[in-house]
Design a protein around this ligand. Structure first.
Ligand SMILES: *Cc1c(COP(=O)(O)O)cnc(C)c1O
Length: 265
């Protein structure tokens, strides 16, 4: 780990924290109600350890295979200190057992089959001591109804209600909220406003306060304005990922890089 990379990560973290504080302020919200979740996919365990030294204790990954290996490497690097790992990518049913072994939360659950597989896997992991708490689950919604890209159609209220109820009833799972990614080209403000309305509707059926996993490097301000309780930030903290990656869910544009000078206005 080079000192230069440490300094780069420190500066990026400072600048993202400042953006988040300004966004919370502008929305009249307490910044402590919004979790900053670094997305570390494609970046090495050394980077995660550096962020941990800077005070981060939760991280997100989007592919099981990469995550499972990194979780072990990071644990070794930081002497077994407690860290909460979040799964934010598509979950295949045959990966449920592995995900239940390392993930504190899953943000990308969008079908009854995945709910059932994760519940079984988490219950088994609770039983054999690989985990101590239920897996926290966000139901992912699709804001343009294109379910191929992940998420349940935001207009399919009946299906949303059924899935939320199924997660809430599953002994291995804890239902904690909704997640969405704005469709390509859509206005983030309108997208997050729609997500927030749906959360408010779903909330009526539950006692626990439901959160919103919303906002990434390019649109976290709009997400905070519309009630996000967890922003998932990759590029603005870590730098650009390889452009050929299928995991790049938004185009990496200069404005999504959040350069320090752009965020100091
Ligand atoms: C990669 C990823 C992010 C981070 O995106 P950036 O634009 O790099 O901040 C957030 N959420 C999900 C689901 C991702 O896959």
């Amino acid at each position: 780990m080079t000192a230069a990379r440490d300094a780069q990560l420190r500066d990026a973290l400072d600048s993202v924290r400042a953006r988040l504080a300004r966004a919370a302020d502008a929305a009249g919200r307490d910044v402590d109600d919004i979790e900053l979740l670094p997305v570390t996919k494609f970046f090495p365990a050394d980077d995660v350890a550096a962020l941990h030294r800077l005070g981060c204790t939760a991280f997100a990954e989007s592919r099981d295979q990469e995550a499972a290996a990194k979780v072990e490497d990071v644990s070794r690097l930081i002497g077994g200190a407690p860290v909460r790992w979040h799964m934010v990518g598509r979950i295949q049913r045959n990966k449920a057992r592995s995900v239940a072994g390392w993930a504190y939360a899953a943000h990308s659950v969008d079908s009854a089959k995945v709910v059932a597989a994760l519940d079984r896997a988490a219950a088994e992991a609770l039983e054999d001591g690989r985990r101590t708490e239920p897996l926290r689950v966000y139901l992912q919604l699709s804001l343009d109804g294109d379910e191929q890209r992940g998420g349940v159609d935001v207009d399919a209220a009946d299906r949303i209600d059924q899935l939320c109820a199924a997660v809430d009833a599953a002994p291995g799972l804890a239902f904690v909220g909704l997640m969405a990614i704005p469709p390509l080209g859509a206005d983030p403000g309108e997208s997050f406003a729609r997500l927030q309305r749906e959360r408010d509707r779903v909330q009526q059926d539950f006692q626990q306060r439901l959160g919103l996993s919303a906002g990434m490097s390019g649109d976290l301000e709009a997400a905070v304005e519309h009630g996000s309780t967890c922003v998932r930030v990759g590029t603005a903290l870590m730098g650009s990922r390889p452009l050929t990656s299928p995991e790049v869910v938004t185009p990496v544009t200069p404005s999504s890089q959040a350069p320090p000078e752009g965020s100091s206005q």
